[in-house]
Design a protein around this ligand. Sequence first.
Ligand code: NAD
Ligand code: TYD
Length: 363
Amino acid sequence: MITGGCGFIGSHLVRLFVKKYPQYRIVNVDALTYAGNLENLKDIEDAPNYFFEKADICDLKRIAQIVRDFSIDGIIHLAAESHVDRSISDPLVFAKTNVIGTLSLLQVAKEYWSQSEEGYKGKLFYHVSTDEVYGALEMTKPKGDQFGKGPYGELFFTEQTKYSPHSPYSASKASSDHFVRAFHDTYALPVVISNCSNNYGPYQFPEKLIPLFINNIRNGKPLPVYGKGENVRDWLYVEDHVAAIDLIFHKGKVSQTYNIGGFNEWKNIDLIKVLIKTVDRFLGHPEGYSNHLITYVSDRAGHDLRYAIDATKIYKELGWSPSLQFEQGIEKTVRWYLDNQEWMDRVTSGEYEKYYSQMYSKR
Ligand code: NAD
Ligand code: TYD
């Protein structure tokens, strides 16, 4: 079972598993909130080993039924409310989905697996989390090592870093991580957790920085840069994240945490300049054509200054490292959004939300 499979990262993970593991039945459980888009998985929706269940992870009865019906032995849990700005305006839904939803899944997994003949043998609950649970890092090297790219400090988030979440989003994810560990420590539920840095790539909802800005540059719309654009994020191509999840699911040690990151720190403003340059080049505009779209706006409340992951553990223990250079990843991403304007138009117009009733509800 993969939860949240019609969202950004979940859709890449479902596609990878459906194609790579024909021997598995992949059950995608997603409530199809505004962030869930069935069209993200159009290319694999008819695969014989793929099943979609529209369900809310807080609905204990429904989740228990799905787990029983499909004899689920592995859960990779991604379903969540994921946007920091939304968590600032509506924190309650973050507590409900991210905390109560995760707790509901844990409860079903514990009940169903502990009562099965083999018990917990061969079972795994994998919780996908974020580096934002660790809080924010200082910028001790404001200029980084080279223009446009960090590292911007000596300190990084490791698996031992104490949790210190600031936004309602990161607080809800931190809480869910604690519940996952509590179920291991209290009930011996086999769990594993990964905490990843900012992802980018195809199929990301255009409320997040990279797809929003690519679309706005294309349409000549303002680019709202929060504060001075000095905040630093560590960016990872989404397919590298799902490759890490695949590895951890199959080879990771039970009860462990793995940090996943790109070793790729960028100040927002420098990243935005790369986006402008790349989109302008692909559209045949002269260099600097869209620079005037940069618009500094009020800072996000409680805006974390810097995130940076130390991914040494997963590299040393499981041999994972990012496969793409950032410059390649950004080119691929910009190219994808420009080539898939119809996907973007259906998301921004809300048309995508009709796909379920048109295609699925009758199945
Ligand atoms: P997303 O917002 O694109 O997708 C979330 C999915 O969860 C959607 O399909 C939505 O319909 C579904 N969902 C929401 N509430 C639900 C509910 N109550 N029941 C069932 N389904 C529900 O998110 P994403 O960016 O793909 O992130 C996926 C996971 O990875 C999240 O747990 C997030 O915290 C984590 N993560 C994201 C990033 C990132 O950069 N995007 C980085 C690290 C970790
Ligand atoms: P975002 O994509 O929302 O991811 P997160 O907040 O989880 O890191 O934002 C990435 C960075 O870009 C973050 O520092 C906030 C900033 N940002 C802007 O400056 N303007 C915007 O319109 C958005 C959405 C984000």
